[in-house]
Design a protein around this ligand. Sequence first.
Ligand code: ARG
Length: 462
Amino acid sequence: MHQLWGSRFSKAPDEMLHNFNSSLPFDCKLYEYDIEGSIAHAKMLGAQGILTNEETDSIVSGLQEILNDINTGKTSFNLEFEDIHTNIEKLLIEKIGETGKKLHTARSRNDQVALDIRLYLKKELKNIQKSILVVISTLLNLQKQHTETIMPGYTHLQRAQAVTFAHHLGAYAEMFKRDFERLNDCYKRVNVLPLGSCALAGTPHKIDRLKTANLLGFDAVCLNSMDGVSDRDFVIEALSGLSLIMMHLSRFSEELILWASFEFKFIEFDDSYATGSSIMPQKKNPDIPELIRGKAGRVYGDLVSILVTLKSLPLAYNKDMQEDKEPLFDGICTVRKCLEILPGMLLSLKVNKDNMLKAVHNGFLNATDVADYLVDKGVPFREAHRISGNLVKCCEEKGCTLMDVPLSLYKQEFEGIEDDIYEKIAPETSVKSKNSIGGCAPVAVKSVIYTNEKWVKDNEIN
Ligand code: ARG
């Protein structure tokens, strides 16, 4: 076993210790970021005269070759070296000789690991944002087809008032917009260069951290070297953002599962997005949304895992922090998969408009419309609420709905009710009447769809 710190030790580490200590099995994923960071670092050292031009060129081209060798499968990693940073450095020394040993001037694995994760996250946050935009665009397209598709809106999972399918989907478009914006905000704090913090105290070498930041596309450099190597707030922020995405995905999944049930029958999953049962031939199971719902727990676990790892951790770097990468990678990978599978599933859904509308006719979803009608007649809302409640009670006793109770009964409760009540409380009228900003009226929803289409365009990522 080859250790970077070998000279101070008289014995090689125990093999079990070595394997326990190693992060290579998972941080090998960071190789391209590690190389990208090393190239920028070498260029900066060269520009500062810390490396000669020849040394810089040799290191940079050596690293580029290593990247190519890894990408083409010519080189693989050596488990004898503890992590990806050590592996790349060893490969460089093997390739270019003694000069390779100069690359680690004015840096440490502690700032390197923080750098690699930040570079990785910068790329992955953008990937996730791209997938969110696809989900939002899919929702907007689906919404356009369903601005007049009336369905029950629920509170307490009890039928409450008529809304449209487009309106219900629009709620998720808003959630995913917020998710997107949260990642923008997280990105700002990821986009800070830790390199140059070195082990924890900074360096006596005359480095130019702003130049390195510039070469790597960072907006700023961290201003405290101890914080630079021990900060993982940005990992927590990213996983919080991812957890919220999963929370939204799981609420949506739950609704899709309910709507596809025999009890609701509002939607049907396409055969390509459903599975059967090995024993019950009639079954068509919504495994995909169930799995998405389940994976929310997994991503919350990733978040909690890093929160707990960092709790009470003294400054600066501690090996505990090596435990940051697996939950982060898992969270990113899980969210990406869930976001990527959703659009296809949504586009293949069969929407049972008739069943949605049928469900609106039962359950007194227009009781509030009766009250609103009375308010238009000058009745104070609280009184109107009472009158409408009485009417619902009468209907329940008679086994009828507010649409087919005779006008005489309406008049018994309030003389001013005319036969225009039936038109006013019909689901179509009810839905159309909710045309306040953010309401479910087709015209209000269309205007939001338009706004959101523009939002998607304005936020496109190349
Ligand atoms: N492999 C470590 C990690 O992933 C980075 C190395 C820092 N190790 C050290 N002993 N200072 O966090």
